[in-house]
Each structure stands twice: as structure tokens, then as C-alpha cells.
Design a protein. Sequence first.
Lengths: 337, 337
Amino acid sequence: MNIGEIARRAGVSRSTVSYALTGKRPVTEQTKQRIQAVIDELDYRPNAAARALKEGRTRTIGLVIPPASLRLTDMQLGFVASVVEAAAHADLDVLLSPSGGDHDRSFERVISGRRVDGVILMEIRLEDDRVTRLQRTGLPFVTIGHTANPHGTCWVDVDYATLISRCVYHLADLGHRGIALINRSAELVAAGYGPAHRALEGFTGAITRRGLDGVTLTCADDAAAGETCIERLREDHPEVTAAVTVNEAALPGIQRALERANVTVPRDFSIAGVAARHWAEDFRPQLTAADVPTFEMGASAVELLLERIAAPETPAHHLLLTPPISLRASTGPAPAR
Amino acid sequence: MNIGEIARRAGVSRSTVSYALTGKRPVTEQTKQRIQAVIDELDYRPNAAARALKEGRTRTIGLVIPPASLRLTDMQLGFVASVVEAAAHADLDVLLSPSGGDHDRSFERVISGRRVDGVILMEIRLEDDRVTRLQRTGLPFVTIGHTANPHGTCWVDVDYATLISRCVYHLADLGHRGIALINRSAELVAAGYGPAHRALEGFTGAITRRGLDGVTLTCADDAAAGETCIERLREDHPEVTAAVTVNEAALPGIQRALERANVTVPRDFSIAGVAARHWAEDFRPQLTAADVPTFEMGASAVELLLERIAAPETPAHHLLLTPPISLRASTGPAPAR
DNA sequence: TTGTAGGCGTTATCAG
DNA sequence: CTGATAACGCCTACAA
């Protein structure tokens, strides 16, 4: 079914059908109705490929997600959901590309061949090949997270360094002297994953400024790892009375290990961090944490991308969010010696 | 950058470039290399829209997911991940449509206008408008889950009825007489969501056949709901000594409530069900459960869809999986009276 | 207010 | 083995 067939049946020319559809030229109410009747009858929709070819844009954006084999974290899922939602709201479709490296077939397919008008990238590393690649192509893009040197790129991120610093200050104010950072996995740190590095940066900075005793641990993104992490911590560093974490997926394990060791939170041990709200509220007792505003971040990323598509030469904006730390029930005064 | 420019620079015709790329016609090694050199230099990729227009297919499939505002369950996420992965493996792109109802804009956009070669639908209801709509359009589609009357449609699903029956038999064999079903939410049941209905069907069938005492409960998809569900159950039905569930998201809450009530699993209370493996293994003690093979299901859905796209007139296949029930540590003999 | 015609970038048919 | 050319379906200047 194509526009010519509609035109034929309605007894008008193809351009009239086109204009009746787009409204870019006045069309008599009567002919418009006749055309609409035929369209309704045949359930006609303009061919997207033809339109894209003619107009030079696809009304589709690409969303590059971590390889699907890795289980997505709740936060990543939050980004995907909010990006998809915001895009749908702007009548845009979203093309998904699960890819890690620069030379991924799926990634190449999506960014080349004009399949999309722009790209949103997540899980950004400090040095990220995909960003470099995208800069070379000239395709508009926005990153959720930012590289070590983000000048000239458009991004939205959470200020992990500041948030973790604040958590440490909060714990220090409560009298804690030995504080641990439960970071993301050693692999992510090694790969130069931004949030992990920035959390560490904020942690060591705050520890130093307050003259505290800091312990840093890496921990894989799952409950089991959280469990062994706490066990190790209590064994190797009994002087530690509090922890800050950016590893939300480890929280259930952390909780389990503390319970099993008969450590009462916050009486015996305090914990705070950065996490999706859902994880913080499911922790027992509820976790004092900065809730990562995934919904807002995804929506902003789409918004920034649309601006960038509309005006590619405009200077790049970015958004560094510092959401408030919700005081819940997991932090309290340091236990007396 | 287009094929004409490449042809000009390589001193050949456009068709030669095209054939050098697709290999559908022999091209001298020498010219092929000259062409490739120009392509590499200019980083040329064929325009996807032009190709789709000419070839009549997009090499893209649509994946309809529940509205993004609802948090996706782990199982849904598993489907998305495996579909995306399987599609990437077949060099297909995936267009995401977050939509619930039939008249959703995003849904309409994706299925009409030849944006995709086929569609995968998830979260199927017993009566599902989207399925009807898709049948009308004639676009190839596969559903994960199936409608009440799935004849002529192509689907892959888990046999909830049989699995829940088997769980009940298993518990009955262990001496349990009072058994509860912890189902999905009342809203989902009311909306005619298949797995919820089929779980109930399998449950009541098994309870009747064994002459047991069955209690059915609905429970929202989150930990908090699981907690109150167990509290209610123990209060209203103290005679119940075991439960079966299809509500994986409620498991952490179920566990918490049982622990708090000082109920030891499986000594005092047994529990079994259907869940993604990850949830079953995170339960303490680990949950005796049929692990929903999300990865396999997503991959099969893509495979079926590809067959269907290749041969639309072929009779519709389907796949009803009955994964084995992994005996873990959460079921044991009924406590003595 | 409506119609005609050309071109977007590819692929495939038909000649050479 | 290679080149010219005609579609694919749409949009939009230009002409009426």
C-alpha cells in the first residue's frame, strides 16, 4: 500500500494526499475527508524508509547499552526505561545496541548508515573508544556518565565524588573514624569506569581532609559478593565502624552478612551511599543514601540529544546532578570503644 | 557520502560498487580492492533507509515491552536482554516500543509504516488487543506468553500450570496438607494476565486431585507486598505449612517475613515455585523452583520470528517449555502437628 | 486549491 | 566482468 494507491482511489494526485497528511499546504475540507476515508479503509501509513530517505532523518535514536549477557543493574535499567519513555513522549523510536567495545558490529550498524538521528551512550569509561568513534562520525550524541576529558561533549551525570564525600563527612560528624568504601568491581575499576573512579576520588579526598582511617574495597555487582565483602571487612579491619557504598546490587548481601554476624545497624555499624531509591528503601533499616535520579537523567539525556540534533554546532551542554542525601535509618553515632 | 561518490572516486559505476559490497555478482579482485580503498578512506556505509526502501525489508525487529513507567521484573528484563542479544547475533537491530494498550502511539508507529520486519510481543494477556491488531496487519510476530486462544499464532511460553502442579505434588508428597499459592498481583489477574491465570489453574487442579486444602493469595510484584502477604497468610491460615509461588519479586519480602516470625525454612514451612534462577539462588535457604529459562526463550522467539519472516505462510509453530524443577533447600517434610 | 516531476541512495535488470 | 537505467515510496519545489 503506498501513497499512489491512496491518491488513485481518492481521485487526487499523490502530492495532495501528502499535503493532506502533513498539513503543509491547505487542502479543501472535502477532499481531505475523501482522502482520509480511503486511508482509514486501507489502514495506510507512510513508509518510514521512504520518508527517512527523502527527509534525511529517521526520527529514531540509538541507545547503546552494556552487552546483554551481563545482567543490567537496576540503575542501568532505570536509564533505559526513562530514555525509552522520554523518547516515546517525543514521538521518537529507540534502536537498541548492546555493545561494549568500539568495533562491535551492532554498534557500527547503529551509528553508521544513517540509521539514527542521534545516540545516547551509557556506562561511559574515563577513556571511551565509543565516544571517540562517535566524535569522528559527527553524529550527535549524549552520554550518561562522562569521560575523563569531556570537553565538547554533551553529557549528564551524577556527581559521585561530591556525594561520597558528603557521606563520609556525615559519618565523620557522627564520630566514626574507621570508614570503608565498598566500591564497584575490580574489573570496572581496572576498565576505567567513571563512577567507580570518582567514588574513590571523593572517598580518599574526604578521608584525607578529615584525617580519618579509610579502607577501600572492590565488590562485584551482586548479593553474594556483598556478603563476602562484609565478611572480609570485619575480619581484616575490625576498627571500621561504618561504610559508604556505590554498589547498590551488593546491598542485599551486605545486609545479610551484617545480620548473620549479629551486627545491628546503625547501633554497631553505620552505612550510607549512593543507590537507586528502590534499593535504599529495601535495605533494613532503610539506607541513608543519595537517590540516583535515573528518571530525570534519562529524560534530560533525550532532551539534550534533541537540542543537539536540532542545532549540532551549538556549544555542548552538560548536567552534573548532586541529588540530596536522604537521611534514613542506617547511620548513627559511632559505637563507644 | 553515497555510493555514487564512491563510484566516481574509484572510477567505476555505482552498480559495481554495490556488487563489490554485496558479492552478488563477480567483481575483479583489482577493482574490488580499489573500491574498498576508497570506502575505507571515506568511511562509507550504505544508507539504511535507501536500502530498506529498495529491498522492502529493514533488518530490524520490534520488541514491545511493558510501559517503562512500571519497573520491569527480572524476568521481563531477561527476555529483553536475550532477545536483543539473539537479534544482534543475527545482525538484526531491535526497535523498542514501550506500550500497553492497542492504541498506543509508539506501538502503532513501530508496527505500521514498515519500520520493522517483525515483532516480538511480551506480557501477553489471555485476551490481547495487540495480538488481534498484529494479526490484522499481517506483520509477522511471535509472542512470549500466549493468549487464551493461540491457534495460528507463533509463541513461546513456560507451562506454568504444569510446573505449579508439580510443585504442589512435591509438597503433598512431603506430607503437606495446607498449601498456599502466592500469585501475582490482583490487577494482573483481573487484567487476564496469562501466567497468573495458568498458575491458579494448575494450583487448583492439583489441590483438587490430591484432596488438599488450598489457599490462594495475590501479591504485588515487590518485596514489601511479599512481606505483608506472609503476615496475612500466617494470621488467617495457621494450618498452611507450605506455599508455592510464581512471584519472584516478592521472594525477598517472603523471606524477611518468615525470618522475622522465627519460622525456619524448611523445618517449619516449605516453599517452592517458578522463578528466574537468580531469585531462587538468592533466597535463603535456596529455593526449590523451576528456573524460567529466559535466555532460551528470548533466543527461541527470535528464531521463530526469523522463520516466520522468511516463510509467512508456513503453519505457526510454538514452544511450551517445562523446565525441570531444581530441588534446592526450601522444601522438606511437613512439620508434625 | 490542485497537479507534475525530480530526486533522496540503493539494488537489480538488462545490455554490452 | 562492467555500465546505464529503472524502480522502491515519499516529499516538495514549481507550474497551473
